[in-house]
Ligand binder design. Structure first.
Ligand code: GLC
Length: 674
């Protein structure tokens, strides 16, 4: 019965759903070697899907066998020995990727703890109850056991130090040594926790879950692998020389991307990467012996709170892909046809024409790390800096071929316009603020100084006092007649990392971080944004969101994960001592506080109201910061250097946009407003 089904896996069933091949053409019959599942698992009848063997140049897509399912409809095929591509179904389908029911090989390089891949399944056998928080670590070495395991030695409290790192108690001689020991205990603990958060799928590590608190009875979607959250985990593994998990993550999320998704009968553009995915264990259909199988279940925002679109996912995916290649030396990985297709799909989605006149990417509220309503719709800085970085990374990785010339041209045009627009119009320092303060409004002309018709009255009173004499930053958002003057950390830091900010601006941003240390770092690095929305503003802008009350969560809470981006930015500008100081601040309490997701209050004094504990990206962010400070040259896997051509063009454009320069009345021949 099972054997007779195997052949069906290669047949095309497509009456209802038009099936489109990305590469190669559908094969009506499978290659002989593929009719048999490698591990002998049964294959289920196929409907509405097509398996497509790829044209020669491709490499195997997936080291394990996998399956697709839509409702009760499933198809499985082995990708291990055959070169094949993924078909794209044009109709809305809920996609699950599943692996076969045979016992997967246990990973050797990673200890798998909490997670869904940790329970081995036997072909035709029943799965045992999922061991929540089952850990391969000995309990006494398990930091998650803090509550119940008093035996665990808490890391020695770090001595009090001031902002400059000086010991306030004057214990000069042995303090540095003690601190080093405490710090290395902390790193060990962090590694143990990070490894415990690894999720396996068909026996291979594919990601890390967002939070791993064994005492949390309602984890919501924190038991999923978030794309953005995995980035610091992935970087930590790369820096440790453990490449498989990152490679698997990239390939599995790529397969999730290749399919259409839908919400209320509407399908967003192809190329969207999910916000998160979960490995689910489901009963193997038709199997009377109660066998189960694992399926990958992505969330593209259709289940997320507020139904937010994860615009940043695909951008982070490209950034991680480049880092993987640079770090592992596996430089041909990104040349795979499926990977190239994935990059192009993301680019096409981002570069598609719309109504927008700006070169910045237009998005809805909550489309990035701040995935709730926070008044960041429009052109938020975080998305722009990731967009710029992803475009540069993609340009490095795209293989030249017929048909890609237009894409590369569009990409270059966008890069140029985007960098000019951000550097020129998002930049704010004392001098620029004074300029805005004196703006004339209602200027109708090509030569307008106040191009976006910003009314000086919208300068918030806090800013007039806050802006330091030295230093500056990129504002949070720019729209017609609207500047969001809040300081957003991730957007500013990634603008440094990606060279979206000029060298001078990058130094000025770090000057500001130093000058405003007690606001941005204080008792726990780093404020997600500054300052908080309060009173009426909080009411109108967040919709009275009780999770985003002033100085909490996205509304100016302090997020330890941001340490890693701070570290990359500081190292790039050759100022690692700033990051080192911030790491020291975090070290004083992050472990005793059980690695919270975020901290509340103006100075980050309290563990956040609803903060998850053992939040994986807090742990991974800390580790990446430590690893990079030890090996600063490794941060180049994440940085983009200033493109000289752009720098020259930027100077020319800046000159031509100088309002003091005499200009004709003719409209500039530009596609974008810059
Ligand atoms: C929260 C954060 C988001 C993160 C997710 C998982 O929703 O806002 O940025 O990805 O938790 O940790």
């Amino acid at each position: 019965m099972r054997a007779s089904r195997q052949g069906e896996a290669w047949r095309v069933y497509g009456e209802k759903h038009r099936v489109v091949a990305t590469h190669g053409s559908p094969s009506p019959t499978p290659p002989a070697s593929a009719t048999r599942s490698q591990n002998g698992a049964s294959l289920r009848p196929l409907e509405r899907f097509v398996c497509i063997p790829l044209v020669p140049a491709a490499q195997p897509i997936n080291p394990v066998s996998f399956a697709f399912a839509s409702g009760s409809t499933q198809v499985r095929f082995d990708g291990s020995s055959e070169r094949m591509g993924i078909a794209q179904a044009a109709a809305p389908l809920r996609l699950h990727l599943g692996c076969s029911g045979a016992a997967p090989p246990r990973p050797t390089s990673l200890r798998v703890g909490v997670g869904f891949g940790s329970h081995a399944r036997r072909k035709g056998g029943r799965r045992r109850n999922p061991p929540r928080a089952a850990s391969s670590l000995h309990p006494s070495s398990n930091p998650r056991a803090h509550d119940h395991e008093p035996a665990l030695k808490p890391p020695a409290p770090a001595p009090a130090v001031d902002v400059a790192g000086r010991d306030l108690n004057g214990a000069a001689d042995h303090a540095p040594q003690q601190r080093r020991r405490a710090a290395s205990d902390l790193e060990e603990e962090a590694w143990a926790l990070l490894r415990e958060s690894v999720v396996s799928y068909c026996g291979s590590p594919v990601g890390t879950i967002a939070a791993c608190d064994p005492n949390d009875s309602s984890p919501l979607n924190y038991d999923q692998v978030f794309i953005r959250d995995f980035v610091p985990s992935g970087i930590a593994f790369l820096l440790k020389g453990e490449y498989d998990i990152v490679r698997n993550f990239i390939l599995h999320t790529l397969q999730l991307q290749s399919w259409e998704k839908t919400m209320d009968c509407h399908s967003p553009g192809q190329g969207l990467m999910p916000a998160s995915f979960k490995v689910r264990v489901v009963p193997l259909e038709g199997d009377e012996e109660g066998a189960t199988e694992e399926v990958l279940d992505p969330d593209f925002g259709e289940a997320a709170i507020g139904r937010v679109a994860p615009v940043d996912s695909g951008l982070w995916w490209i950034i991680l892909l480049r880092a993987y290649g640079k770090c592992s030396g596996d430089l041909s990985f990104h040349e795979r046809i499926d990977v190239q297709t994935g990059i192009k799909l993301i680019l096409k989605l981002c570069l598609a024409d719309g109504f927008d006149m700006f070169p910045t990417l237009l998005v809805t509220d909550g489309s990035c790390m701040m995935d709730r309503r926070m008044g960041i719709h429009g052109h938020p800085l975080e998305i722009q800096s990731l967009f710029y970085s992803a475009l540069l990374c993609a340009r490095e990785m795209l293989t030249p071929e017929d048909g890609s010339a237009d894409l590369i041209r569009a990409l270059n045009n966008r890069l140029m316009a985007l960098s000019f627009h951000i550097r020129e119009y998002y930049w704010l320092d004392k001098r620029k603020l004074n300029e805005i303060y004196r703006y004339k409004t209602e200027e109708y002309s090509y030569d307008a100084v106040n191009k976006f018709n910003i009314y000086p009255d919208q300068i918030p009173p806090w800013l007039v006092e806050w802006i330091p004499p030295e230093g500056g930053y990129l504002i949070g958002n720019l729209q017609p007649a609207h500047m969001d003057f809040r300081f957003f950390s991730l957007g500013n830091l990634w603008s440094i990392v990606s060279s979206l900010a000029t060298t001078r601006q990058s130094h000025a941003i770090l000057d500001l971080v130093e000058a405003k240390w007690s606001d941005l770092v204080a008792e726990m690095p780093l404020k997600i944004c500054y300052p908080a929305l309060e009173d009426q503003e909080w009411k109108y802008i967040t919709g009275s969101d009780p999770k985003n009350t002033p100085w909490s969560y996205h509304n100016a809470g302090s997020w330890p994960t941001l340490l890693w981006q701070l570290t990359v930015a500081c190292i790039k500008m050759n100022r690692p001592e700033i990051a080192a100081r911030a790491v020291e601040v975090a070290e004083r309490r992050i472990s005793t506080d059980k690695w919270p997701e975020y901290y509340d209050t103006k100075r980050g004094r309290f563990i956040g109201k609803q903060a998850r504990l053992f939040q994986t990206w807090s742990i991974a962010g800390f580790l990446v910061a430590k690893l990079l400070l030890e090996n600063p040259e490794k941060s180049r896997i994440l940085c983009n250097n200033e493109d000289e051509e752009f720098a020259n063009a930027f100077n020319l454009m800046a000159d031509s946009c100088n309002p003091n320069r005499k200009r004709g009345r003719k409209a500039p021949k530009k596609t974008y407003i810059v």
